[in-house]
Design a protein around this ligand. Sequence first.
Ligand SMILES: [Zn+2]
Ligand SMILES: [Zn+2]
Length: 344
Amino acid sequence: MKAVLFETFQEAPKVRTVADPTPEAHGVVLKVEATGVCRSDWHGWMGHDSDIELPHIPGHELAGVVEAVGKDVKNWNVGDRVTVPFICGCGACRECHAGHQQVCLHQEQPGFTHWGSFAEYVPIHQADLNVVALPESMDFATAASLGCRFATSFRAVIDQGKVSAGQWLVVHGCGGVGLSAVMIATAAGANVIGVDLDPAKLALAKDLGAVAVIDGSGDVVEAIKDITKGGAHVSLDALGHPITMTNSILCLRPRGKHIQVGLMLGEHAAPTVPMPKIVGQEIELLGSHGMQAHRYGAMLDMVESGKLDPARLVGDKISLDAAPEALMNMDKFQSIGATVITSF
Ligand SMILES: [Zn+2]
Ligand SMILES: [Zn+2]
């Protein structure tokens, strides 16, 4: 099969021909129809992820068609249109048994723990646990865009944030994750405030339902306290930076919730946290890490009913041949829509 492969971290990946994958007994092989290009792929290529063994094929935001089925798989047949969460559970650990596959103790991540979806075919482990059927009405590019940023935002806002109608929710950083969170929190009835440095992203945040937007270069915390009359109930750092993280914690009202969604790696792995406020005001700090397959139904129902429209967040559609360039440039700019590879 054709695939984007790198043999050394930080050296240009190349489009190569490699052996086709075969399914494990409990797994499937998917023919990839669409796969998103994500900042996490860039972190992997930079060498920030200790799971990656070289040579490596990146790609974890995928949708496609079942091409081959392992002998122990019960739920899936060749030809099924499907997607997967970027974190796949093992099915046998205590977290999987409790339904928390997103923090599985032996998790598999296509494009990290094994070869990913910047390729014509990708193997998926434990298919009965991890594979999700797509609604007929959903195209592959939109489905691929759900798997990482959108699903992560859904879990952050709905399952971790437990935001309710009328609450103030702030999204710091209106890239792909942040704009997804604006859309999802608005659909849940929250009053959403978007913060970013880029006026174009703020304009889109307003379009997607934000009741107010704030230029991130000013005094963000004061501006939020003003608008919310004392601070937000829930706040997300959707970017993953010490400044957005700190603003997100400081803009909360007493007993508010900060949710860290953006990854903090490399030089930002151990940020300074304003602990006096967390103790004195009983602030909750929560992480959010992907979303397990069994929660996709709630998200897909909101898409099918028209409350959520993830297709609005799909950006450029590119070919596999253009993927190395797109991957290497992921740190240079955050484009508004997700870049998706749709021809192979
Ligand atoms: Zn991703
Ligand atoms: Zn597990």
